[in-house]
Design a protein. Structure first.
Lengths: 372, 371
């Protein structure tokens, strides 16, 4: 099932759509149900709808955004960008989301210069920088890619047929210059690799995937990271990097791309999440789900016989933390509904650290609530 | 028992003029920095706290909205004094250009499209600007005596080391061929060899010739600014490698954060510095179980499951800390607070937790119950 905001349509309505540049993508879409401004489409017909977004040309929204319908948009794999405040469990959610999407097709999960965060979270052997490898988590096989700017620059120079020059540029320190003085270029190169991965099917590559999940930089840096192409396009108007930067921005603004934000039920994380929603929306980048992680449940009542003061204190503390979280959960729900968005997904606080088995369990929890 | 990291002793040490916190995102580094600054100020020191976090978390933590790029006094501090500031990347960069560039080039630099992009959008610029700001504050502190301690919360970059290495990178950049290549008129490479012109050709193929000429104008203008930047960066580098600077690592009991902490210790050692200690923040409280309580707990499956989860977490965290942290590194543990660090009282509470210090025991206490 796929949901999006749409007004003037109700259950049973049929919506047809076409796009001037992609007439073959015209689809008939049957609206199954609506609730609080959210339209849910049945997935048995190939649904595609045109949703005008503020200040932008009407753009396509494809049910393949879920990654579940490989046939829905044959050229570009849906891109799921997972960000969140540091420590909220962004990497864990990215992995679990990849496992969830894997149930519907080949899935690639990638990290961008995050130092083996994915393999560490999944308890796997390192995937080296620039490397892509098949990994198995909880019995499911995923592709895992570690994107690194030096490799990306070299590949890029190969791509624009300047491969020999790469060595020369590296020798003169241009590579250092590019990735250190002008990190905007670095960000564009990193997203460029992910962009290529999303377009493998279109290129007829054997390693094509049906969905791409990116474990992206934290919310503190996500706006700069995702809009580096825009910043770069402002200073570089011609030359092959300019259309590259523009295509990347186009992919990031496509309806098949969504940024999911992971947060905890704390004031600081929620404030940052809401700021990020505003900032990315202004740039025309679509926000997918808000995932509230590490939600503390009220502890069960302690039996009367328990008098141990340390145990009582721990129980009271957990009760206090749960009570502290509640108003922030309410605040988030309120704000999301003001923004016309569906409710956030919630994930419980798990005892200690997440292992591969937990990832499968989190994938189940995500699948349960994904479009409900 | 691991050696306790005596935070109070560190903050009371008048020879320490700069405290730099390093740690990955999500460990509460900004809160710990604020807590250290408040504790030091309330013990009588004149403190300035620099944060470089774009999420304005410090502002929230200190109940100060809209912290400016200039130090502002934090109200409600007793004993000494505390000023706080948020690094304003663009303003710091503009100021640096105004003070370092020759008067006739200032406007040219500020108007250049590459400069604008560099000073506003690009994330790594923060590290250079944090260095620049720390240098400014240190010079001001030396000259006026307004502060006797600077607490620096490092930028949320790929690594806190990006901040530490910013001065060296600036040197490499200035001495490397790129700037000289792009600004050949002012560099020693007035005679462009065939090889070098090939490089500019390649660069122009990648970014276009218009951008290349903008970049060349920027580079030649920037080169004139570079001298001032590098002078200040050199001051900062000397300062950070002197005993007047203390590095405090902030971690959480998560494996990734602890591994990163160990990595920092090694990286600091490679740079000739020693980390003073590690603060492990957000540690779960110990959940011991008295034998008589155990029995009645066992009869209540839900309550037992709750206890069991807390117990497992506590034990696993402790084991991970013992395993991951180098034995030579002094440790202090700060339990998860019930409330978020969003007002001065909670900052103070965290500060006294740190100063009081809770050590890391090598061995588990309490029974292991399995069913």
């Amino acid at each position: 099932m796929y949901a999006t905001r749409f007004s003037g349509v109700g259950p049973g309505t049929t919506v047809t759509s076409s796009h001037p540049s992609d007439p073959q993508l015209s689809r008939i879409c049957f609206v199954a149900c609506t609730s609080s401004g959210t339209v849910t489409y049945s997935h048995f017909c190939m649904a595609l709808t045109i949703v005008p977004r503020c200040g932008h040309e009407p753009s396509m929204r494809v049910p393949g955004g879920l990654g579940a319908y490989p046939g829905a948009m044959p050229d570009v794999a849906p891109l799921h960008i997972v960000s969140g405040k540091g420590g909220t469990g962004k990497t864990t959610v990215a992995l679990a989301l990849a496992l969830m999407l894997r149930r519907s097709g080949e899935t690639l999960v990638c990290e961008v210069e995050s130092r083996h965060g994915l393999t560490e979270a999944a308890g796997l052997a390192k995937v080296e920088e620039g490397e892509e490898r098949r990994v198995t988590i909880g019995g499911q096989e995923l592709r895992m890619l570690s994107v690194d700017s030096r490799h990306a620059l070299r590949d890029y120079l190969d791509h624009v047929r300047l491969g020999v020059a790469g060595a020369l540029l590296e020798k003169t320190g241009f590579v250092d210059f590019a990735s250190e003085l002008a990190p905007g270029l670095r960000d564009v190169l990193l997203t460029g690799k992910v962009y290529q991965a999303a377009r493998r099917r279109m290129k007829g590559q054997a390693d094509a995937v049906d969905a791409v999940v990116m474990d992206a930089p934290p919310t503190g840096r996500i706006e700069n990271f995702l809009t580096a192409g825009e910043a770069l396009a402002e200073v570089v108007v011609v030359g092959p990097i300019a259309p590259q930067a523009q295509s990347i921005m186009a992919l990031l603004r496509a309806e098949t791309t969504q940024v999911h934000l992971v947060t905890t039920c704390t004031e600081m994380a929620l404030t940052e999440t809401l700021q990020t929603i505003d900032a990315l929306t202004k740039h025309g980048i679509a926000i997918g789900h808000v995932i509230v992680n590490q939600v503390m449940a009220d502890p069960p009542p302690l039996p009367d016989g328990v008098t141990d003061p340390a145990l009582r204190a721990a129980w009271e503390r957990d009760t206090a933390v749960a009570a502290e979280q509640r108003p922030w959960a309410d605040r988030l729900a309120e704000r999301l509904s003001e923004l016309g968005r569906g409710p956030a997904l919630t994930l419980p606080l798990l005892p200690d650290e997440v292992g591969p088995d937990d990832l499968v369990q989190i994938a189940d929890l995500l699948a349960e609530g994904w479009y409900a | 028992m691991r050696r306790l990291f005596e935070v109070g002793e560190l903050l009371g040490d008048r020879d320490v003029r700069v405290v730099v916190t390093c740690g990955t995102g999500g460990v509460g580094k900004t809160s710990v920095s604020a807590a250290l600054a408040v504790a030091a100020a309330e013990s009588g020191r004149k403190v300035v706290l620099v944060t470089v976090d774009p999420a304005k978390r410090l502002a929230t933590a200190l109940g100060l909205e809209g912290l400016g790029g200039e130090p502002q006094p934090v109200p409600g501090i007793t004993g000494g004094s505390l000023d706080a500031l948020m690094l304003d990347m663009t303003a710091t960069f503009d100021d640096a250009v105004r003070s370092h560039a020759p008067k006739n080039r200032v406007d040219e630099v500020l108007r250049n499209p590459f400069y604008k992009a560099l000073s506003t959008s690009f994330s790594g610029t923060q590290d250079y600007m944090a260095t620049e700001k720390l240098g400014q504050l240190y010079e001001q502190a030396q000259a006026t005596g307004r502060w006797d301690l600077i607490v620096v919360d490092t930028p949320p970059s790929r690594s806190a080391l990006d901040f530490l290495d910013a001065p060296a990178r600036l040197d490499r950049l200035a001495e490397g061929p790129v700037l000289q290549l792009l600004a050949p008129s002012s560099g020693p490479l007035k005679l462009i060899s065939a090889g070098l012109s090939q490089v500019t050709w390649v660069i122009s193929k990648v970014i276009g010739s218009k951008a290349l000429s903008d970049l060349q104008v920027f580079a030649s203008a920037f080169e004139t600014v570079m001298g001032g930047f590098r002078r200040r960066a050199a001051v900062v580098r000397t300062l950070l490698s002197s005993p007047a600077a203390a590095f405090v690592i902030v971690a959480s009991p998560r494996k990734a954060a602890l591994d990163e902490a160990r990595f920092f210790v090694g990286q600091l050692r490679d740079r000739g510095t020693t980390a003073r200690g590690v603060v492990v923040n957000r540690v779960s409280p110990a959940v011991p179980l008295a034998p008589e309580a155990e029995e009645s707990l066992l009869l209540e499956p839900e309550a037992y499951a709750w206890w069991r989860a807390s117990w497992v977490t506590w034990r696993a965290q402790r084991a991970r800390m013992v395993k991951a942290l180098p034995t030579s590194l002094p440790v202090t543990l700060a339990q998860t607070l019930e409330r978020e660090v969003t007002d001065l009282d909670v900052v103070r509470e965290l500060g006294s937790l740190l100063v009081d210090g809770a050590g890391l025991a090598e061995e588990d206490e309490g029974p292991v119950v399995d069913v």
